[in-house]
Design a protein around this ligand. Sequence first.
Ligand code: FAD
Length: 430
Amino acid sequence: MRSRGRRRILYRVKRIVIIGGGTGGTMVANRLRRENDVEELQITVVDRDDAHLYQPGLLFVPFGLERPEGIVRSRREQLHNGIDFRLGEVDRVELEENAVHLADGTDLAYDALIVASGSTLLSEETDGLRGPGWGESVFSFYSLDDATALRWALVDFDGGRLVVNLVDMPIKCPVAPLEFCFLADWFLRERGVRDKVEITLATPLDAAFTKPVAGEHLGGMLEERGIGLETEFATGRVDGAEHRLVSWDEREIPFDLAVVVPLHGGAPFVARSPGLGDDLGFVDVDVHTLQAKAAPNVFAIGDAASLPTSKAGSATHFEAETLCANVERVLGGEEPEGSYDGHVNCFIESGFHKALLIDFNYEVEPLPGRYPEAHLGPLPLLRESRLNHLGKLAFEPLYWHVLLPGREVPGIDATMSMAGKQAPKQGGEP
Ligand SMILES: Cc1cc2nc3c(=O)[nH]c(=O)nc-3n(C[C@H](O)[C@H](O)[C@H](O)COP(=O)(O)OP(=O)(O)OC[C@H]3O[C@@H](n4cnc5c(N)ncnc54)[C@H](O)[C@@H]3O)c2cc1C
């Protein structure tokens, strides 16, 4: 991301309240703090707990490749000096009052509000998911407790049908269930029991991934590894007693071990805040400026925002540049600029110490090529390589020491570039 330098926006101290001290909230708080003086801007981050979880690490916990305690740090300690961190549960936002109401009765008044409250796992929305069989044959890996519990189930799994299922979109990191399948294939081969296990990915999508070129490529990789793909499977209920997933149209998939990614929604306070969110509880924003449709001094970032791009830490990072600039503009009496293009990139761990990388935005789907720059970029796009795997591993220290502190990543722009990408020919083939 390119630095815009300090802009003097204010004549009296202005108050920014940020709901959520996760990926997005921490990045923008630190970035705004670096760019504005304490006498000009008061920044408050509110979160319900002080445990910042590096969520991409959840993928590795079930396979013993990360320790659960190794991916959690204090939220407060990720925030720069001069940022006020409040522990508290947000009950609702009153847009007309410019105030955030906490569950303990405290009110936080703001001049600008940034909603960075992520997404909420709605396991209870799927019949039977947390019913009979939960923790015995039915598991998940999207929270620290769930990923840790699954570790022991996988270690003990010696044969049978392993079904990985995403209940519905949107989910955080839409490639994570695919990565789980690839790692399960690797893990079970390493344990010498792969030939006794049938692995199936059951997805509501019509392909392995949302975008056609990547979907076909990733579908081919599943096939090569002998992993079944059950498409357009809209999970209606999990029948743990009978060991089967049942779709709304009454298709059944039997399992011995099910790994289910639950339905996602926005934070529940969004629904309690008149005018703020859409039906799923995500904040309705302009997709380029990230300004809330409900009020000009309200913005949303990351998973909390209703955007037609992946819910991912990388997208959150690219959004931060636009969002910070626009918050400063609006506080300074200017109009926001629409510079966010939906840019996101993800490493896709594929097992055997390899990974793929995809890079795309609202307009351009993931394409083959090289990243980050034309021809010279060392990372192959949409192709497995050891270097991409090292990139995936390097993402963790980069997250704690560069992204969260709001620093620039040299050579990586917030706006997606076509340099190095092979544009698809007519008919879709790259
Ligand atoms: C298994 C898995 C693998 C992933 N892998 C990748 C990857 O490889 N690459 C990638 O880019 N992304 C990945 N992601 C996605 C990435 O972690 C998220 O998209 C990113 O963390 C979103 O950041 P956020 O700030 O929007 O939300 P979060 O970081 O989740 O922060 C939201 C915060 O809001 C707080 N909050 C919510 N409601 C309230 C309330 N009422 N009161 C107070 N506080 C509240 C929460 O406590 C939380 O701290 C992965 C996610 C998962 C689950």
